[in-house]
Write a protein that binds this ligand. Structure first.
Ligand code: HEC
Ligand code: HEC
Ligand code: HEC
Ligand code: HEC
Length: 439
């Protein structure tokens, strides 16, 4: 008994603070297949059910509008997808595990029920988890959300868990890795922001209403933006120190670095330092966009912590010019700080008074030349949008003001439409306009 306890404790300590990966959790139980969710009295209704807690037309919406259903797997069949996998020597992309892991629901063969169809694409259970133990019980009267979770329903409502899940496909994690070689073969660059992506209309089959809050707790879009940034930053650093993924031969895995630090025209005239990195110009730098954003999240939570994360980010950049060991140790320190701060962000009640400080913090960076790198500017645009929309949803903005701010956000987005034509000066001007309009 005693030795068992020690072994268990040791196992837990080795696993460290990182709980089971989202991929392991999703694939823990058998996937019964989308067909088992799709009956018209379950989630396959054509109309929203008025008297039900959930819409019950989730399947119809997913099938018709959601790119997870109608584009993810098709991308592998497309000429573009086939060309990528051919160049990588993977043969047919629709049979390649590395592609299917992100473009479909791809549980191991012993976790596939009779009605599971690989051709369903990113189906319900790719996000909600294998339904083997909860399928028949989850809609029974008197079954609480907690009971479903205990039977293996994935906690998609928990922003930390949701971020980990979405990022496993939208950024790449140790379990589902996207590499510079895959990008070189023609794969689009990935970018993600938790709050923006959760609410893009093509994927929504849920809404926050009274019964939602009763069942699953309060919703706060600014908080979700903040948590998404923290988890993405931690994911970058954890991948960097992972011996399987951080390195490719003598080089670090380039997908973790700023693409445009290398990919620019020789006559682009962009030879200039970026202050937040503490590095001179001409140095390949980590893609720290999420780390930079997490600092802005903290501007509204804990200013001291924001400054510390900023200093440690600079130290990490410096370490990448020194040695592999120095980099790993700086990355580990930073991950541990982020993981410690995340619960504080999760518990923070972001309110209307935080709009100004967050926009100020973004603008101060912009004025200092921090968004010289496109990836940072792109995240800053999504941040500004997410924050404004969140405060609008809280009814914290007057009607006229909300419209005005939305127009400024649209203008800001046009500045990050094309990474090859990105101009920092006009991006900063657009952000300044937005800040002024926010009052
Ligand atoms: C880490 C997860 C991940 C892996 C691995 C991955 N993809 Fe993707 N792929 C994505 C995501 C997410 C998108 C959507 C990007 C966006 O638009 O935001 C995408 C987009 C694409 C597109 C463009 C689709 C479109 O609609 O424009 C193609 C083609 C594609 N992937 C093919 C492949 C192939 C072939 C492989 C295997 C060699 C592969 N992908 C591996 C996540 C991944
Ligand atoms: C890309 C991931 C993803 C896929 C695929 C997906 N969902 Fe969801 N689902 C979510 C998220 C995120 C939420 C909202 C957060 C929450 O409350 O859990 C959600 C919420 C729900 C809810 C709860 C709404 C509420 O008010 O509590 C139901 C029911 C649901 N999904 C059913 C389905 C069905 C059925 C399918 C397949 C046809 C499906 N989902 C596919 C991510 C997904
Ligand atoms: C199993 C992998 C997987 C998971 C998990 C996943 N996605 Fe996706 N998602 C994809 C792929 C692949 C695409 C691209 C489909 C295409 O356009 O070809 C995509 C597309 C999208 C799009 C459309 C993007 C665009 O540029 O129009 C949104 C929005 C999105 N996902 C949101 C989410 C959210 C939110 C979550 C987490 C709740 C999530 N996804 C989880 C694989 C995944
Ligand atoms: C350290 C420098 C460096 C970084 C950082 C980097 N790349 Fe590359 N990239 C290269 C080199 C070197 C090649 C190979 C060029 C060749 O084979 O001639 C390449 C090739 C490519 C190609 C193929 C280009 C072609 O002409 O076929 C694409 C696409 C690409 N990278 C995308 C990316 C993306 C997306 C990122 C960021 C996620 C990125 N790269 C980050 C150095 C880099």
């Amino acid at each position: 008994m005693r030795t068992q306890l020690i072994a268990w404790t040791l196992g837990w300590m080795v696993a460290g603070t990182a709980a089971a990966s989202p991929v392991a959790t999703i694939n823990e139980h058998t996937h019964m297949g989308v067909a088992t969710c799709a009956s018209s009295t379950c989630h396959g209704s054509t109309q929203q059910f008025k008297e039900s807690n959930v819409w019950q037309n989730e399947f119809a919406r997913w099938q018709e509008y959601d790119p997870h259903a109608n584009k993810a797997l098709q991308a592998l069949q497309s000429a573009e997808g086939q060309a990528i996998s051919r160049k990588l020597g993977l043969g047919d992309a629709t049979k390649a595990k590395v592609c299917l892991d992100c473009h479909a629901d791809n549980p191991p063969s012993d976790k596939r029920g009779e009605r599971f169809q690989p051709s369903d694409g990113v189906g319900c259970e790719a996000c909600h988890g294998g339904s083997e133990l909860w399928l028949t019980s989850h809609a029974d009267k008197g079954v609480a959300h907690a009971d479903n979770l205990a039977r293996g329903l994935y906690p998609t409502e928990d922003p930390i868990k949701r971020a980990e899940l979405c990022l496993s496909c939208h950024m790449g994690t140790a379990d589902r890795m996207i590499t510079h070689r895959i990008m070189g073969a023609g794969h689009p660059r990935l970018s993600f922001e938790l709050d923006t992506f959760t609410w893009l209309p093509e994927v929504t089959h849920y809404e926050i209403d009274e019964d939602y809050v009763r069942r699953k707790g309060e919703f706060n879009g600014v908080r979700d933006w903040g948590i998404g940034q923290g988890i993405a930053a931690a994911n970058l650093l954890e991948t960097l120190v992972d011996p399987r993924h951080g390195w490719d031969g003598i080089f670090p895995e380039l997908v973790l670095f700023d693409c445009l630090a290398c990919h620019k025209r020789m006559d682009s005239g962009k030879w200039a330092p970026r202050p937040g990195t503490g590095l001179g110009p001409g140095i390949v730098r980590l893609n720290d966009a999420n780390l930079v954003m997490f600092r802005h999240v903290l501007a509204a939570v804990d200013k001291g912590a924001a400054a510390r994360i900023g200093e440690k980010t600079r130290a990490l950049h410096r370490a990448t010019t020194q040695s592999r060991d120095a980099t790993a140790s700086a990355a580990r320190g930073l991950v541990s700080d982020i993981r410690t701060l995340l619960p504080k962000v999760a518990a923070n009640d972001f309110g209307p008074e935080d709009l100004g400080p967050i926009l100020d913090s973004l603008l101060a960076d912009a004025e200092r030349g921090e968004f010289r790198d496109f990836a940072g500017a792109e995240q800053a645009a999504m941040a500004a949008s997410s924050v404004v929309v969140a405060f609008e949803t809280m009814n914290a903005l007057e009607a006229g003001k909300a419209d005005m701010l939305r127009a400024r956000i649209d203008a800001l987005y046009t500045k990050v439409e094309d990474e090859n034509r990105f101009d920092m000066g006009s991006f900063v001007a657009a952000l300044r306009d937005l800040r002024r309009a926010a009052g």
